[in-house]
Design a protein around this ligand. Structure first.
Ligand SMILES: [Zn+2]
Length: 69
C-alpha cells in the first residue's frame, strides 16, 4: 500500500508535533479569549476585550507567549 500523503513532519522532533490552542489569556487585560478557529505558533490573535493584537509564540514545552504586534 503506497501512501500518497507526504506531510511535512519537520516539527515532530519538538515533541508531539505542532500544538493548537483554542483560547488564550490576554497579557494586557487578562481576559480569557476563546478563538473561533485554533491558533498555533506564529499565529496572530486579537483580544476581544481590549483589542490588542499579539503574535503567539509556542516554546518547546508547549507554552504560549504573546508578543505585541
Ligand atoms: Zn485584552
Amino acid at each position: 500500500m503506497g501512501s500518497n500523503y507526504d506531510f511535512d513532519d519537520d516539527d515532530k522532533d519538538a515533541g508531539g508535533g505542532p500544538r493548537a490552542f483554542k483560547e488564550f489569556d490576554c497579557p494586557d487585560c487578562n481576559a480569557n479569549n476563546p478563538v473561533d478557529d485554533t491558533f498555533t505558533d506564529g499565529d496572530e490573535v486579537r483580544c476581544n476585550y481590549c483589542g490588542s493584537e499579539y503574535k503567539a509564540l509556542v516554546n518547546s514545552e508547549g507554552r504560549v507567549r504573546f508578543k505585541e504586534v
